[in-house]
Design a protein around this ligand. Structure first.
Ligand SMILES: Cc1ncc(COP(=O)(O)O)c(C=O)c1O
Length: 360
């Protein structure tokens, strides 16, 4: 089966074997050694000397942690959205009582850093900017370097959803002064679902000290304290997923982080070129197309649902459809984590055979 959705992603055999190991005492010494090693490796992948906390939950839990640990009810927050996940991040901030000012862009397009700059110029009360690095629903990657530079001109906090990008697309957390960055184990990490990983720099910890949003399970200060003192997590962690992440990280480091970025760029190019070779059109312009997910327009006369069904049932290739307003209009190939150009060749070849049979 070719599971080519943008997460969960397939895992190498050694990762799956690690996941099936017998459990250990999460309050014991062995666990401390494991979580400290994994945390150091994560810091290298986030390219940060700040903290990275490992939480048991999915990426959305990590987004919620980013919000509740840095903000207070009533704080004015600029939520930049280019798709479904940007909307979700804004919804979380709203749910906890932030005063959300939305800056939305047409789906399929990236955020304009100058528009972010302008919004900050016009509204001095904004305390933080929330933005998605890689918008999985549209296959678009935002120019976070430029957006963060605009945000830092005003010395505001920036919270990044890097769920479908960290470890696959370059996101140097310290160089770009990204205060909080969130990712999830089931994306580029060649690891099953179960963990969210969140980086916090000094500015984020200063915001934490002042933050009054309610938090218990996602309290990152509590997570940092017990990690530093005991090499533990406040609550029972997903030990099996941590075993898997340990091996996934070894594989990333063996390949070399920058080589992993280059591989993702190559695989994404193969996906886009392959789609175009079949006469298909891409949903997003190639200049800002994602290296982890490719969104393709469902051609006229083709039933998108039927196409995915034929691919799944006759070719054992699993792709994703469009989300929300893009349902039936696009389909998406996920290519992150354990993926090669050959995998794209087989996806494109299956598409070639399935398309003529998927008439609307
Ligand atoms: C960009 C982005 N943000 C957030 C999420 C939510 O992550 P999860 O489904 O792990 O909660 C996803 C998952 O698809 C994502 O791609």
């Amino acid at each position: 089966m070719q599971l080519r959705i943008p997460g969960p992603t397939p895992c190498p055999d050694e990762v799956l074997r690690a996941q099936s190991k017998q459990k250990i005492n999460h309050r014991g010494k062995e666990f401390g050694v494991l979580i400290r090693k994994v945390t150091e490796q994560l810091k290298r992948c986030f390219q940060t000397k700040g903290d990275v906390l490992i939480l048991t939950g999915s990426g959305t839990g990590g987004l919620e942690a980013a919000v509740v640990n840095t903000l207070s009810p009533g704080d004015r927050v600029l939520c930049v959205s280019i798709g479904a996940f940007g909307d979700r991040f804004a919804d979380i901030a709203k749910a906890y009582g932030a005063d959300v000012k939305k800056l939305s862009f047409d789906w399929g397009f990236p955020a304009d850093p100058d528009a972010v700059r302008q919004a900050l110029k016009e509204d001095a009360a904004i305390k933080a900017v929330i933005v998605t690095h890689n918008e999985t629903s549209t296959g678009v990657t935002n120019d976070i370097k430029s957006i963060a530079a605009a945000v830092k001109e005003f010395d505001k906090l920036i919270l990044i959803d890097g769920v479908s990008s960290v470890s696959s697309i370059d996101l140097p957390v310290d160089d770009w002064q990204l205060d909080v960055v969130v990712t999830g184990s089931q994306k580029g990490w060649m690891t099953p679902p179960g963990l969210a990983m969140v980086s916090m720099n000094q500015k984020a910890w200063q915001a934490y000290e002042k933050s009054r949003m309610p938090k218990v399970y996602w309290d990152l200060g509590r997570a940092r304290k017990i990690f530093d003192e005991k090499g533990q997590t406040p609550w029972t962690p997903a030990v099996s997923t941590l075993y898997a992440l340990d091996v996934g990280l070894d594989l990333i480091e063996k390949e070399g982080l920058h080589n992993v970025f280059i591989r993702h760029a190559r695989v994404a190019r193969a996906a886009r070129d392959g789609a175009k070779s079949l006469g298909l059109t891409l949903f997003a312009k190639e200049s800002h197309a994602s290296n982890t997910v490719t969104a393709i327009n469902v051609p006229q006369g083709v039933d998108g649902k039927k196409l995915l069904q034929i691919l799944r049932e006759e070719h054992q290739v699993v792709l994703s459809g469009g989300q929300q307003k893009l349902e039936g209009k696009i389909f998406r190939i996920g290519h992150l984590g354990w993926v090669s150009e050959e995998d794209m060749t087989s996806v494109i070849s299956a598409l070639k055979q399935a398309l003529p049979k998927a008439k609307a």
